[in-house]
Design a protein around this ligand. Structure first.
Ligand code: ZN
Length: 354
């Protein structure tokens, strides 16, 4: 009779020890699964990648002084007359509109999605300096239809524009818009009064019926001020509809992520892939693709059709302004692909896909 409490005590001790072991093993597993792109202070690329430092930047700017670089007056890009009434009424057709640079309006399954909205006159932290728009937005912000979702690829000024975000949020119905951002950027939005923000890590998925929105890995970097490099993550975005799959790559160097995206989430009905801001290669290679690499991304992800973005709107780099579409056309031809498989649109042009 006197042994019973002893047995109960032993049992209790075993339960406590077992619980401790489970907790310790969970903690160890938790540490083991820290994603390889996470660091103590932010994020990093996972494939071979050269980070440019201040000296690289100064070397590029120095070299620029001695060579012919694109000038605003060089361009002759026209603005296509858009039909905002059609876009506002449309809930059945799948359409894509190139507004300029990386800003694309996708209409799918009755939802309107905007990528990297930049409607301001400059892609810059200040209004009086920095890269100026060559062509006005192909669709003014006031003329946009209701926007259900905005996806942001990273924190650079030509992708995340404070003026545009605040205007999108403050327009009638704008408080219904959901902003999708890579890890670390939620607070930036909350500080500006935007509360419907979903922050996702690579491969995280959010259900917004009938769509699924997924953040995917790309190779880039982040920095908005003088300090704080790579504190916010960068990402591409996939939008999966009931019968339509869309890929928006944001900014990226060419890397193995694209084949993996194709394998896991492809093939895609439509992709928006950067074709500009690639010169000089020694400086841009790991962060921005050439038109030929953009075509390789199109193939890697299994896109049926792609549109070239991230060109013809701001002067950011050294290639001639009209070179990206020319090189793209030749690359498509050299690959023996149909000419309409990877195209560029005019600013403001809408294509009805279905
Ligand atoms: Zn960037």
């Amino acid at each position: 009779m006197a042994q019973k409490p002893l047995r109960i005590q032993r049992l209790r001790l075993e339960v406590v020890l077992f619980s401790c072991m489970v907790l310790l093993s969970c903690a160890a597993q938790g540490q083991g699964v820290t994603p390889p792109h996470h660091t103590d202070t932010g994020f990093k690329n996972v494939h071979p990648y050269k980070e440019n430092g201040l000296l690289d930047f100064l070397k590029w700017r120095w070299e620029r002084l001695w060579k012919k670089t694109p000038q605003p007056e060089d361009h002759c890009f026209s603005l296509t007359a858009n039909d905002p009434d059609f876009l506002r009424r449309n809930s059945t057709h799948t359409t894509v509109t190139w507004i300029g640079h990386a800003t694309v309006l996708l209409q799918v399954a009755g939802k309107n999605i905007l990528t990297d909205p930049v409607f301001s006159k400059r892609a810059s932290p200040v209004k009086w300096a920095g890269p100026a728009r060559l062509v006005p937005p192909g669709l003014p912000l006031e003329d946009l239809p209701r926007i259900d979702a905005v996806v942001i690829s990273h924190d650079h000024y030509d992708a995340l524009d404070e003026g545009s975000i605040v205007r999108l949020h403050d327009r009638p119905g704008g408080d219904e818009t959901r902003f999708f951002v890579p890890l670390g950027l939620k607070k930036w939005f909350q500080d500006r009064g935007v509360s419907r923000v979903t922050e996702l890590d690579w491969w995280d998925q959010y259900e917004m019926p009938p769509l699924d929105i997924i953040a995917v890995p790309v190779q880039h970097w982040s920095k908005r001020g003088l300090w704080g490099r790579n504190e916010h993550l960068w990402a591409g975005w996939v939008v999966l509809g009931p019968d339509f799959r869309f890929f928006f790559s944001g900014d990226s160097g060419y890397c193995p992520h694209f084949k993996e995206i194709g394998k896991r989430l492809g093939p895609f009905d439509l992709a928006a892939i950067p074709i500009g801001a690639y010169a000089p290669r020694w400086f841009m290679k790991d962060h921005h693709v050439t038109p030929e690499e953009a075509l390789q991304i199109h193939l890697d992800i299994g896109a049926k059709k792609s549109i070239g973005i991230h060109w013809g709107t701001f002067i950011l780099t050294d290639e001639p302004l009209d070179e990206p579409p020319q090189r793209l056309r030749k690359a498509v031809e050299d690959q023996g692909l149909p000419p309409d498989s990877f195209v560029v649109l005019q600013h403001g042009e809408t294509v009805i896909l279905r």
